[in-house]
Design a protein around this ligand. Sequence first.
Ligand code: ADP
Ligand code: ZN
Ligand code: ZN
Length: 738
Amino acid sequence: MKYADVIVDISAEQLDRHFQYRIPKTLEKEVCPGVPVEIPFGAGNKKIRGYVVRVTDKPDYDPKKIKEIFSLCEQGENVENRMIELAVWIRKTYGCTMIQALRTVLPIRQKTERHVAKIIVRTAETGEILSHADEEKRKNHKARERFLRYLSEHEQAEYSSCVKELKLNAAVIKNFEKEGLIRIQDKTASVSMQILGERRNLPILTGEQARVMDEIHREWEEDEPRPILLHGITGSGKTMIYMHLIEEMLRAGKQAILLVPEIALTYQNVQRFCECFQDKVAILHSRLSAGEKAQQFERARNGSASIMIGPRSALFAPFPDLGLIIVDEEQESSYHSEMTPRYHARETAVKRGQLENARVVLGSATPSLEASWRCEKGIYRKVELNCRYGRHGLPAVYITDMREELKAGNRSVFGRQLLTLLGECLDRKEQALLFLNRRGYAGFISCRMCGYVVKCPHCDVSMTMHRDGRLVCHYCGRSKSPVNICPSCGSPYISAFRAGTQQIEELLHKEFPDARILRMDMDTTRHKNDHEQIIRTFSEHQADILIGTQMIVKGHDFPEVTLVGALAADMSLFSADYRSAERTFQLLTQAVGRAGRAEKIGCAVIQTYHPEHYAIEAAAAQDYDAFYQQEIGYRELMGYPPAQSMLAIHVSFGDAERLDMAMEYLRRFLERIARKANAQIIGPADEAVARINDMYRRVIYVKGENEQMLKSLREQTEQYIEINKGFAAMYIQYDFNA
Ligand code: ADP
Ligand code: ZN
Ligand code: ZN
């Protein structure tokens, strides 16, 4: 006998409440998670509709008391049903429970979170406000007076702080509203109103942009239009294309979703959309409360908004007739969720497009290997924008070989060329960006004399140093003893690669005592607005040099910057995973692109111990195709995605010994089932960070050519883990092609 857990209310408040039903023998094959069924419910056995979330052969109660499913329901045609279909796909692809998948795709509708913050907006002239203030003063109403004086200087005030700090009560505030001095409104409404601005028409496209529109339209006329990859260098007008495509969709009575990395959700970027599409735009960003987010989703559902802009969760906007999904900067790693289910928003967008017959456009200046590879295979269609709008050429790029610097007696982190160019830049009163590439950095070992990096011979990724000095591979778990002499050139200058932004700031002060220096990294951006403050200070040219990690190269436009220095390009080049070259290429290309973005010509310096590495060479030449050809060769040779699929099983637990035992069982189990699937097991190994909060962390990888095989292999693993008591308290996560 098989049993199904069924939920009857998918309004998300009660997703955890499910009821168990017996599956009739005749339906055993068809009943699986995500399927709508008709069931007898309550004392009167009323016939209602529910969704299956789990199938099991073990009943939770006395089998005699369990009712039986009546029948299957037709899959209806509304947005909710399609979202459930998407949830089923997410569950199957990324591995999670049906409930977790539903929680991901169904917008939160919690009653308690309904509360939306209110603000007070001034509606009268300052003079009138002040005369009212004088009157309150005469009456000795101190709180009211202070409130009005505050309003005379500010456009608006937080409702809650007026109540709490100024001790005004609701009736008093209401009275001011009646007198026409203020208006009370929801904070979200105000957020969009502030940035509406004057309505603007869409600019006319350039010849090249118009050609891209044509190409896209031609693909859309096909019977089964493929997703489009819009590959355009920064400033070529991708955003312009997005706006025109969105407008067409709205004119056809459809809706659109624009996914952007969180960092791109800045005032300027969003403003361009708001100016064109006004109150049709709904925006999600991390600063909204759960209630405010729910409100934005509700606007999508009820038709008051037709465009949803936001990071990956915006993908689940419940539009009734979705026409277009755009994923901007599709290569960004923030599209990969770090919580279960660890879905990738780009892949999920393509799936949603398929389910809803909506078009999908992926945009990037440095496309992910996945996207380009699929274009090559004819699964996506590539269209290109090759010219920057109204600007001339790309910056000149110099590569400094740091091995040569050492040989010439320069042991500093700054090469001679960078110092010279910095000096000149400061003399010209222009600005410089110094970018320290710490992305994914985990402590690899390299030789400063010849550039040799210690790599795992089996996985071709850098080995990283542990506290006890041993070198460990985080894919296969192999380790070797510490090295003191470079195996390649015999020099003693072989050690962990270290450099921090703070250290660089101090050194820079010594070199250029008069320069005004700003630093942006994890330390200086702890508080909510630190990030924006630093960006603003630098944009207003109140500083000459900005030093920072990858945060500074993304999405900001500093017109006065004419010099960009990439200080340690190698840091990300040898991070301990197979994407290190790809990330390095992307970051360096973005960094170089920051130089000379307005009227002034710029230049960039890349400092490296590996000037001959293809990621460095291609970034310096701004040659995406050259990079892609090399990198795809490496992926094919080593069997890494996208050439093959790769499943990671992350397991963490407080007791290292029991964890290792469980991993060994897991490995044996996988070995057994992998043989049939023609898949390869790698590991188990320590994660790059092997312990967090006293939880030990291990990972095991499965690589194979057949994606479906890997998915089914994961499902078998899930079942194995579920019935195996040894895993009961362990925390397990799956990652697919991450
Ligand atoms: P991307 O998104 O590829 O970086 P944008 O769409 O932001 O490029 O365009 C870069 C700049 O050029 C923007 O300031 C934009 O306003 C301007 N621009 C691009 N195309 C046009 C156009 N056809 N007409 C007017 N301005 C344009
Ligand atoms: Zn060496
Ligand atoms: Zn290895």
